[in-house]
Write a protein that binds this ligand. Structure first.
Ligand code: NAD
Length: 241
């Protein structure tokens, strides 16, 4: 408890001195909103599927087993009713107050925007955008959620979510914006990510500022020497700030 209090005090001090902090986050930011991550105790890797999530969420799997992809995607990724938690809300507040310049997220759930954040770089796209692979027409996510099987455009083409699947490249403009924001940041807060997924995890190397804070349940995969590591639930911690 003393550690938690000390972490709150330290983070408050760091943030009070920050003018262009950047938050870099992952699936752990949304677990307190009820969306499972990949690698926690109740993460998707511990659940029983015929294939591991990384295989199902790959480009080749999407092309070859589109119906099975959508079964998993509807059940596990399309969390349209999830609400932002204290972490999303606090980040939006800091942006409004002029302390936080950007959120760079690996998440596809749109909860940062739902909480009010404006400058969000969605490295892996968003479940909220979907389009036809043949004619490019947008397709409403609600229709994907409600329907069964493979969603089809009126033109007959297959609808694909605008999420970056494994084997697919990241969007260059999003990547460039994220690199620019991280390079210009005075504080980098990394939260709720195992830093296992590349190239996204490599972006933290672009940071040139003073303070790096990591808020995570358990140490991430990367070498974290020289950073301030707080082992905590991010929503709980941020709600105390
Ligand atoms: P990950 O599952 O590899 O790692 C999540 C990390 O967050 C773990 O280290 C876990 O211990 C930690 N964590 C879980 N709950 C936490 C909490 N309340 N507070 C602090 N830490 C917490 O996730 P990743 O590193 O983001 O990589 C997985 C990939 O899959 C990413 O692309 C990710 O965005 C995507 N994904 C996204 C969602 C989503 O959009 N919500 C959900 C699942 C997976």
């Amino acid at each position: 408890m003393q550690d938690f209090e000390a972490a709150v005090q330290n983070l408050r001090r760091i943030l009070a001195a920050s003018r262009r902090a950047v938050f870099f986050g992952g699936a752990g930011v949304s677990t307190e909103s009820g969306i499972p991550d990949f690698r926690s105790q109740d993460g998707l890797y511990r659940q029983k599927y015929k294939y591991p999530p990384e295989r199902i969420l790959s480009h080749s799997f999407f092309m070859e087993h589109t119906e099975e992809f959508y079964e998993f995607y509807r059940e596990k990724m399309l969390c349209l009713n999830a609400e932002p938690n204290a972490a999303h809300k606090k980040l939006a507040q800091w942006e409004k107050e002029g302390r936080l310049a950007a959120v760079v997220t690996q998440n596809i759930d749109g909860l940062h925007q739902k909480a009010g954040s404006k400058n969000v770089f969605e490295l892996h796209g968003s479940i909220w955008r979907n389009r036809c692979m043949r004619c490019g027409m947008p397709y409403p996510v609600q229709r994907i959620a409600k329907g069964g099987g493979v969603p089809r455009c009126p033109c007959g083409g297959t609808v694909k979510p605008d999420v970056v699947l494994y084997e697919e490249p990241l969007d260059q403009a999003v990547l460039d914006g994220a690199v620019r924001a991280i390079s210009a940041a005075d504080t980098l807060i990394i939260g709720g990510t195992s830093l296992n997924v590349y190239p996204a995890a490599g972006l933290v190397e672009f940071f040139r500022g003073g303070n790096v804070v990591v808020v995570n349940r358990g140490a991430p995969a990367k070498d974290m020497r020289g950073v301030y590591f707080i082992d905590a639930k991010i929503g709980e911690l941020f709600s105390a700030l």
